[in-house]
Ligand binder design. Sequence first.
Ligand SMILES: NC(=O)c1ccc[n+]([C@@H]2O[C@H](COP(=O)([O-])OP(=O)(O)OC[C@H]3O[C@@H](n4cnc5c(N)ncnc54)[C@H](OP(=O)(O)O)[C@@H]3O)[C@@H](O)[C@H]2O)c1
Length: 269
Amino acid sequence: MALPAPAPDRTAVVTGASSGIGAEIARELVRRGHGVTLVARRGDKLAELAAEVRGSGVRAEVLTADLSDRGARAGLYEQVTALGLVPDILVNNAGLSTLGPVASSDPDAEMNMVEVDVMAVTDLCSRFVGPMVERGRGGILNVASTAAFQPLPGQAGYGACKAFVLSYTRSLGGELRGTGVTATALCPGPVDTGFGDTAGFAKEDAALPAFMWESAEAVAKCGVAGLDKGRPVAIPGPANRVAAMFAHLTPKALLVPILASRHPGLRDD
Ligand SMILES: NC(=O)c1ccc[n+]([C@@H]2O[C@H](COP(=O)([O-])OP(=O)(O)OC[C@H]3O[C@@H](n4cnc5c(N)ncnc54)[C@H](OP(=O)(O)O)[C@@H]3O)[C@@H](O)[C@H]2O)c1
């Protein structure tokens, strides 16, 4: 089923649109004629992107919000409709990872990650999907990761967050059959964005071969195309599709020790 048609009073809400994959998803939606509502904490970055979008003749709004804050999340749907806009598309892209063993983790940082990666996705879907079903049209794109297909020692919380997003989105898609609303989980492999800096590792530390890396633009195109086709899951790049399948099927008793021995967040050096 195709995405809802763009219209001047309709918008695609994109969280985490201030950088990386979220900014590129917003640009890809704009290329297809969709107005966008850009959400993140860094209002200056959102304003820059909104100006670029408006320059192409498409409507763009900026809503600054800290998605780890329940109160901020609770007001988001009404903030969009108060602008006179109907949110036909919701992209839950905002996310981050911590790095390192659970034994030496910072509880506040771990809880912040769960709030943004899991709670915000659940919260916003819960608020936006019902009205979409009532209208008989809509699209949800939740950004998970290839980490969703396997445990991830060294980023244990992050891997579990993304496994949640994948499972939740698949279930949501099953519930939505026949409603005119679809849900797609976008599962990128490694992408060179601000993500590594936030987590605390450099690209060269990631121990992943060059052919697995995809650009944020390619990831965005894959996600929006998957959403447009009503696919339950979109994995950018053939190498990442094979790796995700391999990780999913390999007995975890074999896989986990290998992953733990290779992860940069668990190295002693
Ligand atoms: N890069 C990768 O290798 C990779 C691979 C697989 C999946 N992903 C997923 O892709 C998504 C986007 O990541 P990215 O690679 O584009 O990284 P990024 O460039 O660091 O972007 C992360 C976005 O999330 C927003 N964000 C973080 N915390 C927030 C909060 N408390 N409230 C509101 N917004 C918040 C950031 O905006 P502000 O800082 O302005 O708030 C930023 O726009 C994430 O869900 C990530 O898990 C990334």
